[in-house]
Design a protein around this ligand. Structure first.
Ligand code: NAD
Ligand code: DAU
Length: 334
């Protein structure tokens, strides 16, 4: 059982949900959050957690000197920090190369130097996309075929992790998860964007023909899976995390409109994302059979309702980022 872990990106969406998860379910584990507080990081996300068990360090994962100061004494690094948004990576790939590739390299080197267990948080997008009518899902044996600057930077990072395990014997695991939803997700992402648009009297925006499929998982289920891999996963292995949540974007938007009392055609079609991946689908068999993991949030409608309620109740949290995010999208024709 790890007693003292570093969680990079612990002020972002999924990282902060993981920090809450550990603080609630594993009080014997101390967490050091390392986060640069980019536009996507928010210290409010970890506010109120017990100060003796959750410590915050403001810093960049690319900063090797800082890593020399904070990594010794920890028994694991769980690496969430990244530039995470596909549309941003298309507009400007540079920060993705720095944070996602160089940042991962620096962390791996620090983990090697101080002999620390390392878990890489990755994405199903490294496997590229599937046709809408393909009967297959991604498995740990699927070839890497990333499409966007974001997903190719994550694929590059995963390759470094594999090499550091094989070449240097670093104690690593990798998890590739599907699309998360839940509280604290930035308003640039699909579900929070549409929900906060409706709350703001703006029409939701759907890319392309709306038929692209994403495999939705509640972020709390992602956290429990990462904990299972960190504590019980086999070293050197890759685990795929998913909860059988395939849905196309049009259906998700219709669900949001219905729950929020809007007509089903109250949205705008906008310019498609260049290179837009058609479908992601995860086969989580290895994680379920080997580590006994099961998702808790199996009813998407009810998880979505809770999420919509969270954004309705927490306008103070999302309001500061909303206008700039929509201005950026408007410039892109989205
Ligand atoms: P996010 O954009 O909400 O948060 C990223 C966090 O990382 C922010 O707090 C930011 O300040 C921090 N960060 C970025 N660059 C940094 C740097 N150089 N140094 C230190 N901190 C830095 O992202 P998210 O959606 O929570 O995703 C977290 C991780 O999970 C990413 O690695 C992403 O690839 C992966 N992932 C996300 C999803 C999803 O659906 N969102 C699914 C699978 C995997
Ligand atoms: O699959 C895991 C990935 O899921 C993670 O690795 C990424 O970090 C995370 O951002 C997410 O990537 P997507 O590109 O799938 O998520 P996004 O929320 O940007 O978009 C979801 C779908 O909705 C996608 O098909 C594009 C579409 N979309 C998005 C926005 C913001 C719209 O139709 N309208 C929108 O306004």
């Amino acid at each position: 059982m790890p007693k003292n872990i570093i969680v990079t990106g612990g002020c972002g969406f999924i990282g902060s949900n993981f920090v809450h998860y550990v603080a609630k379910n594993h009080p014997e584990t101390h967490v050091t959050v390392l986060d640069a507080l980019t536009y996507a990081g928010n210290i409010e996300n970890i506010k109120g957690l017990p100060a003796d068990r959750v410590e915050f360090v403001h810093g960049n994962i690319c900063d090797a000197e800082l890593l020399d100061k904070i990594v010794p004494g920890h028994d694991a690094i769980v690496h969430y920090a990244a530039e995470s948004h596909n549309d941003n990576s298309i507009a400007d790939p540079e920060p993705f190369i720095q944070s996602n590739i160089v940042g991962t390299y620096r962390l791996l080197e620090a983990a090697r130097k101080y002999d620390v267990r390392y878990h890489q948080i990755s994405t199903d997008e490294v496997y590229g996309d599937l046709a809408l009518d393909d009967s297959h899902r991604f498995t740990p044996e699927s070839p890497y075929r990333p499409s966007s600057p974001y997903s190719s930077s994550k694929a590059s990072a995963d390759m470094l992790v594999r090499a550091w395990h094989r070449t240097y014997g670093l104690k690593t695991t990798i998890s590739n998860c599907s699309n998360n939803y839940g509280p604290y997700q930035h308003v640039e992402k699909f579900i929070p964007r549409q929900v906060t648009n409706i709350l703001d009297g703006i029409r939701p925006k759907l890319y392309g023909n709306g038929l692209n499929v994403r495999d939705w998982i509640h972020t709390e289920d992602h956290s429990s899976a990462v904990w299972a891999i960190l504590t019980k996963g086999r070293i050197g292995e890759t685990y795929l995390i998913g909860a059988n949540g395939e849905r196309n974007n049009l259906d998700v938007l219709h669900d949001i409109l219905r729950v929020m009392g809007q007509p089903e055609d109250a949205f705008d079609w906008v310019r498609d994302r260049p290179g837009h991946d058609r479908r992601y689908a995860i086969d989580p068999t290895k994680l379920m059979t080997e580590l006994g993991w099961k998702p808790k949030h199996t009813d998407f409608e009810s998880g979505l309702k809770q999420t919509i309620q969270w954004y309705t109740d927490n306008e103070d949290w999302w309001r500061p980022a909303k206008a700039a995010t929509e201005a950026k999208y408007k410039k892109q024709g989205q």
